[in-house]
Design a protein around this ligand. Sequence first.
Ligand SMILES: C[S@@+](CC[C@H](N)C(=O)[O-])C[C@H]1O[C@@H](n2cnc3c(N)ncnc32)[C@H](O)[C@@H]1O
Length: 183
Amino acid sequence: MSTFSFLLEGLRNIGTTGTITRSGTALCQAAIDRIDFTSARTIVELGAGDGVITRHILDRLHPDGKVIAFEVSEDLCNDMRAIGDPRLVVAQDSAENIRTYLNQIGADKADHIVSAIPFAALPAELGERIVTAAHENLRKGGCYNQVHYSLKTKAYYQRAFGKVEVRRVYRNLPPAWVLYCRK
Ligand SMILES: C[S@@+](CC[C@H](N)C(=O)[O-])C[C@H]1O[C@@H](n2cnc3c(N)ncnc32)[C@H](O)[C@@H]1O
C-alpha cells in the first residue's frame, strides 16, 4: 500500500486507525528495538496496518519463526497477505484474541509483542482488555513495545507491566513515542 492509500484508509476509518500516516523507517526500527531476534520464534504484532513494521520484523526473523499480525481492516489485511511470506499469519481480528491465534500455530506464549494500536482512540475497556491479553500471553522476559502519538494511555502499560520506558522518535511525521515494557 502507498502512503497515499494509507492516508485514504486513515481518513475513512480514523476512529480505528487513529492516524492518517503510517510509521516511517526510524519509527519502525524503534518499534522492534530490544527484540532478541536470535532466540525469538513467535512475535505478535497488534494493529499491523498494511504491514510496514511487519516487514522489518520479517527481515530479521529466524527462518523457523512466525509473526502473527492482528489487523481489523480487511483492506489492510489484504495488503499484508500480498507480502506472501509463509512465516506471516494475518489475523483479521481484534487484538484481544491473541490466545486463539497462538493456539493455531501451537505456541504457548509470544516471545515479544509489538503494538501500534491507537488506544487513545478506542474505548478504555477494550484497550485494557487488549493490554491484559498481551501481558497474559507474553513469555517471562519478553518485550512489549508500543508505538504512540500521545502518552494518554501510558497508565494501561504501567498497570499491566509495572515499569515503562519512553523514547521520543523525532524522525517521524508526526514525531512519535515508543513505550518499552518487559514482563
Ligand atoms: C496507527 S495504525 C498503525 C499501522 C502500522 N502498524 C504503522 O505502524 O503504521 C493502527 C492500526 O491498528 C488497527 N486497529 C485498531 N483497533 C484494532 C484492534 N482492536 N485490533 C487489531 N487492530 C486494530 C487499525 O485498523 C490501524 O490499522
